[in-house]
Design a protein around this ligand. Structure first.
Ligand code: NCD
Length: 322
């Protein structure tokens, strides 16, 4: 694998390899000294054109725990605000000798452009591009599901397994969500059954041609789909330039995981959220802070999954056909 740009074209074997290596990485993170020498001498640049807390910190921690040198670049406060193009920025990174570039960008397709441009030899990892994809988020979500559902009592098993037959209901602002898209492709590849729940205005364009059950009613999905996992997504107000639902109270009442809906969820059902959460809107605090919630586990697992991805892409010699 040379780049990690999406999950839509990620082969099942490659996905399982990342998840299994992430298990090995997670085991090393239990040690007192968490640092491995694997990427010593390599340089990873975090190129963030959009705000981020978890993803950015997580990639930084992952690269540092593999002993890479990490350069953090944020568009704010850089020459990007002076109008510098992606091409010039990429050529600058090439000149300083970047081996890996982790890129988050508001434009869908920016990481693919960077990977295929010839401007740079580095391995490119997509950390979220527009409404398109966020592959490492989907991988850490799948890793979290596999551990919780098949991991045994210590949660570290499940190695080698796919997610055959697992029912995942994804709820919320699907139209703007790269997390929903990346999860759909990866989960489908791993054998899970996915349902999208949102008002029609928040369903992604084209969803009816995808391998997903589309529903408008959360109560119906909870009843009919017997979910093993309910994944709540953030209402992305910053990407909304029109009214997609009447008001927040109405949204929470119809599509929120409120205390009442949480109260009748079966004991085994996991509650997931990629963060950042709008507490009281798409998820109640009772649900978010419960033992069935994996919100913080997702963050912790994110480091292991990104260590695995960086390791697979950047260790060894990089050649054009590697
Ligand atoms: C998501 C993102 O930025 O795509 N967050 C994340 O990476 N943990 C989802 C969001 O912003 O709501």
């Amino acid at each position: 694998m040379r780049h990690l740009l999406d999950t839509r074209t990620l082969a099942k074997d490659d996905a399982l390899q990342i998840l299994d290596i992430a298990e090995d990485m997670a085991a090393t993170q239990q040690r007192e000294v968490k640092k491995l020498p694997t990427l010593r001498g390599k340089t990873v640049v975090n190129l963030f054109y959009e705000d981020s807390t978890r993803t950015r910190i997580s990639f930084e921690a992952a690269a540092k725990r593999l002993s890479a040198d990490v350069i953090n670049f944020s568009a704010k406060g850089s020459s990007v605000s002076k109008g510098e193009s992606l091409k010039d920025t990429a050529q600058t990174l090439q000149a300083i000798g970047a081996d890996g570039v982790v890129i988050r960008h508001p434009a869908s397709g920016a990481p693919a452009r960077l990977a295929s441009s010839g401007w740079i030899d580095a391995g490119v990892l997509n950390a979220g591009d527009g409404t398109h994809e966020h592959p490492t988020q989907a991988l850490l979500d799948a890793f979290t599901m596999r551990r919780r559902l098949f991991g045994g009592t210590d949660g570290t098993g499940g190695r080698g397994r796919d997610l055959d037959g697992v029912s995942v209901v994804i709820v919320g602002d699907l139209a703007h969500s790269r997390v929903a898209r990346s999860n759909l492709w990866l989960l489908t590849t791993l054998g899970a059954n996915v349902t999208f729940v949102a008002p029609e205005t928040l369903q992604p364009y084209g969803a009816r041609t995808w391998p997903v059950t589309v529903r408008h009613s959360l109560d119906e999905a909870l009843r009919e789909d017997e979910p093993d996992v309910v994944m709540m997504l953030r209402i992305q107000s910053e990407r909304m330039h029109a009214a997609y639902f009447p008001n927040e109270r109405e949204y929470a009442r119809n599509w929120g995981l409120d205390d009442e809906r949480f109260g009748v969820l079966p004991e085994r059902t996991l509650v997931m959220h990629p963060g950042p959460m709008n507490r009281g809107l798409e998820i109640s605090s009772t649900a978010a802070d419960s033992a069935r919630s994996t919100v913080l586990e997702q963050v912790a697992n994110g480091v292991s999954v990104r260590m695995a991805a960086l390791y697979l892409l950047l260790s060894g010699e990089r050649t054009d056909n590697a």
